[in-house]
Write a protein that binds this ligand. Structure first.
Ligand SMILES: O=P(O)(O)OC[C@H]1O[C@H](O[C@H]2O[C@H](CO)[C@@H](O)[C@H](O)[C@H]2O)[C@H](O)[C@@H](O)[C@@H]1O
Length: 384
């Protein structure tokens, strides 16, 4: 049988196996100031699940997949822990408080964030689902509001801005509909932009088109078709073709059927050793084994914007998903930039700040655009 590359948040699996905590403070990390590691909710759960996970063997693999599918749903864990006992509930609250100390609200710490940008060019990176649009059952109806669109537009008028999404680029462009942005679709494997000259610069924007996984197109197409056929018998399952990757959604699948669905996906993937599996929010993501992810896309875009090896740039990345952790980790390892996790629940993360939901993301974007506008006016008044 072909060897499978099944990955459940690679960094967590590796660090859990090594008995390390994934977001241990890096010695390279200079801003924001290092914070403690303790008290992140669910890490003990993750650790148990991940150390049990047999990545390549056959024993118990489907159960491990299902455990991991459950672990990827914070509401699931929270509600089940609340059912256990009042002690579990208060422990949950305590862990939430601790996590807020580690990833304080980006709105509350707005002054600290803008202070860090002194003398630096901010570059914005925004995930789409769960960050700019609320999570909904039907992936085709994950629309962003007109208010959110105008917040993104305002930010993009002032800073280079990119959307980095697991969706295929065309689909995410159709949702966002702003031509002045960079778009990195298929988890960064399809980068283009901007179609329209951004207002923040008079210089001609460099045309960018980068598709590091183009040789995988026929394979993704084939695996997409095989997954559609195989999962037809599972009510609620839905397969999405994201061009350089595919998604199997289980948000609308009865939890009792998650094991059967995992088995169906596994039986298709065993014939595709060059594909790997990652997880998002109630979604199994099938993607090429190439070393490319949202973190690499962030670095590629910074280079394209002329900020390779620069100290005078401050990337800000906002995202809600496990796949966004690759970008948070790049920022942490570079010791440069700010990761902001969007989550109502405490999660293990390499981000430095948090926002609870897309509505808070919108507030943050408005604040940032207003702040930059006031700063530019002040600078202009001073130079007159
Ligand atoms: O990187 P992202 O932009 O966050 O894309 C990740 C996946 O997002 C979408 O799925 C998620 O949102 C859906 C709509 O709210 C929701 O129904 C689903 O449960 C979520 O996982 C998208 O449909 C996937 O293709 C993306 O990979």
């Amino acid at each position: 049988m072909a060897k499978q590359n099944v990955m459940v948040t690679e960094e967590m699996a590796i660090t859990a196996a090594a008995g390390k905590v994934p977001n241990a403070t890096s010695t390279h990390f200079s801003f924001p100031p290092p914070r403690g590691n303790s008290g992140s909710v669910n890490f003990a759960n993750y650790k148990k699940i991940l150390t049990q996970l047999d990545l390549n063997g056959s024993g118990g693999r489907i159960n491990a997949w299902v455990d991991s599918m459950k672990a990827s749903s914070p509401t699931h864990i929270k509600s089940s822990s609340l059912l256990v006992s009042p002690i579990a509930a208060s422990h949950d609250d305590e862990e939430y408080e601790n996590s807020m100390k580690q990833q304080p609200s980006a709105l509350k710490m707005f002054d600290e964030i803008t202070a860090a940008s002194k003398g630096k060019q901010i570059v914005m990176f925004l995930d789409y689902d769960g960050t700019l649009s609320p999570i909904v059952d039907d992936p085709d109806r994950a629309f962003m509001s007109e208010n959110m669109r105008s917040a993104v537009r305002e930010v993009a008028r002032r800073f280079p801005t990119a959307i980095v999404s697991g969706r295929c680029r065309d689909k995410v462009y159709n949702f966002v509909q702003l031509a002045e942005l960079y778009y990195a679709g298929s988890h960064g494997m399809d980068i283009e932009g901007p179609a329209k000259q951004p207002k923040y610069t008079k210089a001609k924007a460099k045309a960018v088109l980068f598709q590091p996984a183009s040789e995988f197109l026929p394979m993704i197409d084939a695996v997409y078709k095989a997954l559609v056929t195989k999962t037809e018998s599972t009510p609620g399952a839905r397969v999405e073709n994201n061009k350089f990757c595919a998604s199997v959604h289980y948000r609308c699948v009865d939890e009792k059927k998650w094991g059967a669905l995992a088995e169906q996906v596994r039986s298709v993937l065993k014939d595709y050793p060059k594909l790997r599996l990652t997880q998002g929010r109630k979604v199994l993501e099938i993607r090429p084994t190439i070393k490319w992810d949202k973190g690499k896309a962030l670095e590629f875009l910074l280079d394209s914007l002329g900020f390779a090896d620069c100290n005078d740039v401050l990337p800000i990345y906002i995202g809600d998903d496990r796949t966004d952790e690759d970008a948070f980790k790049v920022l942490r390892d570079r010791g440069q930039g700010i990761g902001i996790l969007v989550s109502k629940f405490p999660k293990e993360t390499s981000a430095s700040y948090s926002l609870s939901e897309p509505a808070e993301v919108m507030d943050f974007l408005h604040h940032l655009a207003d702040w930059k506008c006031r700063l530019s006016l002040k600078e202009r008044a001073r130079s007159v």
